[in-house]
Ligand binder design. Sequence first.
Ligand code: ATP
Ligand code: SF4
Ligand code: MG
Length: 333
Amino acid sequence: MSSKEPVLEIQGLCVDYGLGANAVQAVRDVSLTLHRGEVLGLAGESGSGKSTLAYGLTRLLPPPGVISGGKVIYHQPGGDPVDVLRLNDAGLRAFRWAETSIVFQGAMNSLNPVHRISTQLTDVLAAHQPGMSRAARLARARELLKLVGISADRLDSYPHQLSGGMRQRVMIGMALALEPQVVIMDEPTTALDVVMQRQILRQLVDLRERLGFSVLFITHDLSLLVEFSDRIAIMYGGRIVEEAPAAQLYRDSLHPYSDGLLHAFPPLRGERRELTGIPGSPPDLRSMPSGCAFHPRCPKAFDPCGSELPLLGVPVDRPDESRTVACWLHPGA
Ligand code: ATP
Ligand code: SF4
Ligand code: MG
């Protein structure tokens, strides 16, 4: 289903919170490509910059967040590439809903409590497809609920009458309302139990097969990504430190931090791994360690690690593989 055709290209994106001497760099020179029809997973501990990246690339950064460098190119089907960071307000509105849709962290609690589900779904359609009749909007809302596995008789419910899982599904339905090319999900399922998380993700992947959109799926739980994504990118201290096809990352992760993450969550299926976690805590953005930011926690740190920053590149010891890593154990070409 996924192709080698890019749909969203992030090039050297930098995002800071604050300005001048007080600025903290939350996203540092991130380059990442989402291909058409693919599920790309983004994992990293709390504070690694995952949400900031999602907010930055959709230009939804709350102040004091500022994009301090880089480009985001959106490839619309059959059209010219769009430079997202240069879109005017109207272009941005269209991009956000019709082309790229986001389900934010904690989104299941962001449904408006005083409006019925039907109103919230039809409002999205009314705002973005003004030509649609009321009856057509209601029919589409019913269809969207069905799509995410909720029976249409729930259309008249208020959010509090639905379970957490159902509210999450409604949010996904809403995100799919305008048939976007790209769906970004930022940790949409952490508040739900593991069984429910898997069900919702499975459904999303099935919908992707049917509707052909691409997914950027953000979570701290790498075991979920291993099961459901095509490729996985690992983030640490604002940088991508490894990117590889999911199966390859699971079998043979190259970066010691990816290794640590893989051993921090129980796998949902397959062989059991010993859970060890990662010693120490994520870096403080205000005083990042020199060299490789992971070196104070890394069990394999050696000479250059504390002083020289390893750049993300195709490892010279794995030249034929479609993966990149930023680690002195596997220097890049
Ligand atoms: P989580 O898994 O907890 O959601 P995350 O990977 O999404 O974490 P971000 O929320 O992107 O991480 O935060 C990245 C860094 O930016 C963190 O160190 C955080 O403290 C900092 N940060 C986030 N929002 C702000 C803000 N409004 N002002 C200042 N710093 C911020
Ligand atoms: Fe560990 Fe060095 Fe690799 Fe960083 S560069 S992950 S410190 S071995
Ligand atoms: Mg986050």
